[in-house]
Design a protein around this ligand. Structure first.
Ligand SMILES: [Fe+2]
Length: 276
């Protein structure tokens, strides 16, 4: 039976222009094309794709043109929030024709209400800074959205992780004052998940009583080094995405899916039962 709603989540695309490699190492554009091809081939098809920030590497119009050209080949509805590598003005210019974006608003925040699960995108970025913040204005907007539909299952997303990952250089640039977000969500039990990116790893944590999932990057992954003052490095571990599957009967479950060419699927059973 088809579940009531499936949201695919990709994150941290870090697209560069002119075929340049990110950090002189990573073909982020090729990796995004592979991710989009995989999303387009999923059966059953997800209902939507959420992109949780860092669409570009340096926030230039050329990088947005490059990422938009690939996103236009995605055959599923998609929505995006900004990350610390994005630029609000260039982001608005690149996506001003998208119905989820309000190009007049100060912050890139949106609420999509046409699915069985409401999707709320928050703007946790601070211009020119790597860390995240949700100021009183952004939190008040969130509170207003949540109060408008307290009974409807809801997923909230932001770029910066509102928890401690254990990766020191990333935790120095996480969401500041995550308690303020937790306080808003304390009155909103309809929020099933908080989704984020930024840490370039699949991680599961908690904010108050809400489960938080961070998505892996579509290209490079941050090294899981828990040493204090560990170096800021990445590796080319398999890229991936998340599928958040919700049904009215069974609630929500999150799946991690690596991106790549893998052997299979192969059956467990044949006509004689479990294959020995
Ligand atoms: Fe990133």
């Amino acid at each position: 039976m088809k579940p009531d709603f499936v949201l695919a989540q990709i994150s941290d695309l870090h697209i560069k222009a002119g075929g340049r490699l990110s950090y002189r190492k990573v073909d982020t554009l090729g990796a995004l094309k592979a991710a989009v091809a995989r999303l387009n081939s999923l059966t059953p098809r997800p209902d939507a794709v959420a992109i949780t920030g860092d669409l570009t590497d340096f926030g230039t119009p050329e990088e947005y043109a490059a990422v938009r050209a690939v996103l236009d080949t995605l055959t599923l509805p998609w929505f995006a929030i900004a990350g610390n590598h994005d630029s609000r003005p260039a982001f608005r210019d690149a996506f001003r024709d998208c119905d989820w974006l309000n190009p007049q608003a100060e912050f890139i925040q949106w609420c999509v209400d046409r699915f069985p699960v409401r999707l709320i995108g928050l703007d946790s970025t601070v211009a020119e800074q790597p860390w995240g913040e949700l100021c009183p204005a952004r939190l008040a907007w969130l509170q207003e959205q949540l109060a408008a539909a307290p009974e409807k299952p809801t997923i909230v997303m932001l770029h910066h992780h509102p928890f401690i990952s254990g990766i020191d250089h990333m935790d120095r640039q996480n969401l500041r004052d995550a308690d303020a977000l937790a306080n808003v969500l304390a009155d909103a039990p309809q929020v099933l998940r908080i989704l984020c990116g930024h840490v370039h790893r699949f991680m599961v944590s908690q904010l108050g009583s809400t489960i938080v999932c961070s998505a892996p990057g579509t290209s490079h992954q941050v090294t899981p080094d828990f040493a204090p003052d560990g170096p800021s490095t990445f590796s080319l571990e398999p890229a991936g995405f998340l599928l958040h599957r919700w049904s009215a009967v069974n609630g929500i479950a999150t799946h991690y899916c690596p991106i790549g060419q893998f052997d299979g699927p192969w059956p467990f059973y044949d006509q004689n039962g479990l294959i020995d």
